[in-house]
Write a protein of this length. Structure first.
Length: 426
């Protein structure tokens, strides 16, 4: 075999990569078990969104990267797309286990039994993966660190040590961010709250397992509530942690080598332990057809009141499609109200008409600057980054100049939900 060659391989002969940095798992798991796990833990694989994004055909402009290893074709890159094909072509087996994905027209994907692949040596495959996912920044810190340690022989990072000892990052995916790794859970901050890193050994602390678990839960809360963010308490941990939960003052203190120390034990945060060990048999149904993508938890006020009214109207009259134009018009109204609340302290801007347009532009700046901190809907990112004409779309909804298709309304509502959550979440 050449170092690289294009080869058509049957989908049933392709094997998913158990050492995939997205979700490194037991090498003995079958493809069925990997896909079951992937659907049940959709935050890592995001297969539900992918199957909708793929549409009715497979985009052959990006071939799977495959390595022939021990007589098996192993998919090093493209596992998510191959997982979708395997699921669709064996759907009955998954449905029997209560494992389900929602999709539209997939006849072509079901019939695609053989697919061209980039078959190459493992060294070439790893080079390609590194160039695609690390150099281009598409992997998050944990996936990057795992790859560099396992496949490039680099020393295990402190962040990876911390994850392996606590399970905190994989169980709370919103913590898998660059600013959390570099500015929050760094050695100096952790030592200041009682944890010390020992090279080649990992973290030790002055706390019992129960105390450590309490501290990590409060760290998670502080980041989730944005008490710690790239805009607030940047680079700090101890002060905002104690401010957010005063009871920690009773025992949280800098690491003291003269006190008894304990090694951090695996999975200190215990809520999802069983999910991390074995695939769940109970399916998780992701609400892909909800207005605003799901329930929003907003601060009390005009924005929250209008949001709740729009949802109430939609839920009560959803079967009657004539309500869709009303919902479409309401989306722009929601942004307009949000803009006026946001600029309430600026009388000059408040006097302007249609200030939602200025609000959208500011959202484009604020949200893109913080895209490493938040995980917003991909369409929002596209529109904000490329200045797509969401203004025109909402204007057409508002003036009745656009055919109101329910899917368009739902997708637009998700974009608006991301913007509203960014500024008005509790």
């Amino acid at each position: 075999m050449n170092k690289q060659e294009i080869k058509h391989i049957k989908v049933e002969h392709l094997n998913l990569w158990s050492e995939n940095p997205r979700d490194p798992i037991d090498v003995n798991l079958s493809d069925f078990e990997i896909i079951e796990r992937a659907i049940n833990d959709d935050k890592k694989w995001n297969l539900q969104k992918l199957i909708l994004d793929m549409g009715s055909y497979y985009d052959l402009s990006e071939l799977p990267t495959v390595v022939l290893k021990d007589g098996k074709f192993i998919v090093y890159d493209g596992n998510r797309r191959i997982a979708i094909l395997k699921y669709l072509q064996n759907e009955k087996e998954y449905l029997e286990q209560g494992i389900k994905l929602k999709y539209k027209n997939v006849d072509e994907l079901v019939s695609l039994k053989e697919i061209p692949c980039n078959l190459c040596e493992s060294s070439i495959a790893l080079n390609n993966i590194e160039r695609k996912h690390i150099d281009d920044g598409t992997w998050k810190p944990l996936e990057r660190d795992y790859f560099l340690h396992i496949h490039r022989g680099q020393q295990k990072s402190d962040f990876l040590w911390f994850e392996e000892q606590t399970g905190l990052i994989s169980q709370n995916h919103h913590l898998n961010q660059r600013f959390v790794k570099e500015e929050v859970l760094n050695n100096d901050n952790l030592k200041a709250i009682g944890f010390k890193f020992e090279p080649n050994k990992g973290f030790i602390s002055n706390y019992t397992e129960e105390q450590s678990s309490t501290i990590f839960k409060e760290i998670d809360k502080a980041i989730t509530s944005k008490k710690i963010s790239t805009r607030k308490n940047r680079g700090k941990l101890l002060e905002p942690l104690l401010e957010n939960e005063p009871k920690l003052k009773d025992f949280v203190a800098p690491y003291d080598k003269n006190k008894k120390s304990y090694p951090l034990k695996a999975h200190v945060v215990k809520e999802n332990d069983e999910a991390s060990k074995t695939p769940r048999k109970t399916p998780i149904t992701k609400p892909i057809d909800l207005l605003f993508g799901g329930t929003l938890e907003l601060k009390k006020g005009k924005v929250n009141d209008l949001y709740r009214a729009i949802v109430l109207i939609y839920d009560n009259h959803r079967k009657d499609k004539t309500v869709l134009p009303i919902i479409g018009m309401s989306l722009r109204l929601l942004l307009e109200v949000a803009a006026r609340v946001h600029y309430n302290d600026d009388p000059e801007i408040s006097k302007s008409d249609q200030i939602y347009k200025k609000f959208l532009k500011q959202a484009g700046t604020d949200m893109i600057l913080e895209q490493n901190e938040i995980n917003f809907f991909s369409l929002t990112k596209s529109w904000l980054a490329k200045n797509s004409d969401i203004e025109g779309l909402l204007g057409k909804f508002a003036h009745g100049n656009l055919l109101t298709i329910e899917n368009d309304i739902l997708e637009s509502s998700k974009v608006i939900a991301d913007i509203i959550k960014f500024y008005f979440s509790k």
